[in-house]
Design a protein around this ligand. Structure first.
Ligand code: IPE
Ligand code: IPE
Ligand code: MG
Length: 233
């Protein structure tokens, strides 16, 4: 007979959104420059995504850089763009090794052409249709995404929930079942505003570079015990 503990089934979320917050505080605590915090945060992406997929998730949407982040001090923005330039491809290679495909969501026209070219290259990498997806939100704004989707829907001559959804960056993907925010703040900061309508929200004080697979697994465990009613029962 199975013990009580063994009989618990952990239902992993299909789509997990992650607001990877706390990089600068992580650096400040160590008297390191901000860029070191962002680098340490970038180094944490593959292990966390790998764990999410191993637990059964199929899509991970990562909040990498918000449109509002572009308004930070010039040197910080420059170092973030340099980090994307240097790390996007090696990170994608590691993600390909674990069988994932990578896409980017957001207004990429903001980035220098060479960075846009790297993104296009990474996205063109072949993968099977059922490969898990890493969706990186880059120069992303939930409000701008919605305005764009409404505009495109209007141009198509029909503004309905369906046509708006068809024009979101996440077209064809299910809504996030779960959104995790590290770094202690309890807000969405313009992340997936439309898609988060019924997402289960998880907040932790852990700063993103310190976020571990152990903590991720315990959130998945808690997720599996939550009751999602979608307003219906
Ligand atoms: C998240 O960490 C990374 C980006 C927003 C690019 P922050 O840079 O916001 O770090 P904190 O939240 O100020 O510590
Ligand atoms: C959200 O974090 C954006 C990313 C993690 C990329 P912020 O640090 O920009 O959000 P606020 O300013 O605390 O709301
Ligand atoms: Mg922050």
């Amino acid at each position: 007979m199975k013990s009580k503990k063994e009989s618990v089934t952990v239902t992993a979320p299909c789509h997990v959104g992650m607001i990877m917050d706390g990089n600068r505080r992580w650096a400040k605590k160590r008297l390191l420059p901000r860029a070191a915090g962002h680098l340490s945060g970038a180094n944490n992406v593959v292990p966390i995504v790998d764990c999410a997929f191993n637990c059964g998730a199929k899509i991970v949407t990562l909040y990498v850089f918000s449109t509002e982040n572009a308004g930070r001090a010039e040197d910080e923005v420059a170092s973030l763009i340099d980090l994307i330039r240097e790390r996007a491809e090696p990170m994608a290679k590691k993600l390909f090794e674990i069988g994932a495909r990578v896409k980017y969501s957001g207004d990429r026209s903001y980035f220098p052409q060479d960075v846009q070219d790297i993104m296009a290259d990474v996205e063109s990498h072949g993968a099977s249709e059922d490969a898990p997806i890493v969706n990186m939100a880059m120069n992303y704004s939930g409000r701008a995404e919605l305005v764009r989707a409404c505009r495109l829907a209007a141009e198509s001559g029909s503004i309905t929930q369906e046509t708006i959804e068809q024009n979101l960056y996440t077209a064809g993907l299910p809504d996030p079942d779960m959104i995790i925010r590290t770094g202690g703040e309890k807000r969405l900061s313009n992340f997936l505003l439309y898609q988060a309508a019924y997402s289960e929200l998880f907040f932790t004080d852990t700063l993103w570079p310190d976020f571990t697979v152990k903590e991720l697994k315990s959130m998945f465990e808690e997720y599996s015990h939550r009751t999602r009613r979608f307003g219906k029962s």
